[in-house]
Design a binder for this molecule. Sequence first.
Ligand code: ADP
Ligand code: MG
Length: 506
Amino acid sequence: MNNNNNDFTRISRNIKELGSLLSKKIDEKQIPTVFSRNTEIHSSFFHCIGEALSKDEEAAQKIVAQWAEKIIQIITHSGGQVHSSFFLGHLYKKAIIDCIEEDIIHHPIPSNHLIGMIKKVDALIYYASTFFTTHSQKLLENDLNNFNQDTLEKRITLQELKDLKKALNEATILAITDKNDNITYANDKFCQITKYPLPELIGKNHRDLLNSGFHDKAFLDDILIAIREGRVWKGEIRNKAKDGSYFWVDTTIVPFLNNNGETYQHISIQHDITEQKEAQDMLYKTEKLAMVGELAAGIAHEIRNPLTTIRGFIQILDHFSEENKYLYSKTILDEIDRINFIISEFMVFAKPHASYFCECNIIEIIKKVHNLLSPEAFLKNIDISLNISQNDIFIYGEKNQLTQVFLNMIKNSIEALPNGGDIEISIITKDNQVVISIKDNGIGMTLEQIEKLGEPFYTTKDTGNGLGLMVSYKIIEKHKGKINVESAPFKGTTFHINFPFLNKSE
Ligand code: ADP
Ligand code: MG
């Protein structure tokens, strides 16, 4: 046993002493690993094995473990990655066996000692190598984990993006536009509302294509500036569809910026609010109508009382002064009667209950109005033509009020023709509706003017009062009718009035 110990101690010392020499031999082989050229590391291993070889198994393993951990630490700290092939076990083993071989030439040892020693060297080298394999395996696992986590995250993001796109497509009218405002993408809903098929949208200028002419330049410029500056813009826009109809969209424009901070495209996310807008407009008009109704009733009441007094007073005056009788009384009485008449007429519109509905022949009413206005039109070099193919069409309504509507409208047409022209009145029936169209080739109106029609006191005339259409709208509404206006400046105006007509056979 002692001999054995001596052998181990001697060989251990040899290995330790020859360490740097052995290391150089390994370096000469130029194995391409992180520390294959690091002589210090190699010689430290030989030193470690030399130490361990003379110790018992437990202590020997401890020494090898310390060495391996230290080396792994050095590699990791220097930013390298530990790989199992970094540990040149086979080269170390060969070098140590060479060293033992050299020794036993001079100091023959029993074969069992030799085998025991080689076994020990082999076991320790294997033990050292396990540190490198375990460590590199751990790294590999981490890498794999990270990789999986990474791809998982990417997969979620892609899925989320897909879901978001789907939700946006389902819920909104969507278009993507490049930096020149040319459409690069539009979803089905966008095609539906604009009534343009997709190929007719792509590459077209968003604004030019859908411009309804409703918004002024400042409004449109504001959108442009927001996009250019990369700000989100929100607002309500009136657009024009392919068939010329208008629609309102609640719009959010989101600009996208490139690395230089320039907008390279923007997305328009829109919702159809046409119906809300119409309802809102209706409410707005109805409110105003109600207001005027109250106003008129109030005014009439205020004026009627003093008028009655004045009339009575003038009647008495009649008896006192013979001279003034013809000079004043008649004129004043006529004037007062006229004022009273006007107020009474106005009350028809202000008080809804002051009228009663029955069957009335709309053809007869139009013909009567035509007769009434023809002399005035003739004097102004205006030709009013009637385009009626039927003798009678009945609607349920109030004759005087309907007369008032057509008087107002045809008078407006006459006033829109200061230099003469043509007015064409036509009546057609369509489905359950009778459509009366009054068309003139007069001064026409801008979009802003059309928008204002029906507002009380809206007039562009020096002598106008701006109540004619307001009253007409209210009457038409009461008759469950609808009114549409087409107009263009200097081209002319057409009013279409629809009423449900009565089927006489019912
Ligand atoms: P008024 O005739 O007293 O001005 P209305 O309510 O009848 O009031 O009409 C309001 C305004 O609508 C007019 O002042 C005019 O500007 C416009 N308008 C109505 N009808 C026509 C028409 N046929 N052509 C051009 N403008 C019209
Ligand atoms: Mg008028």
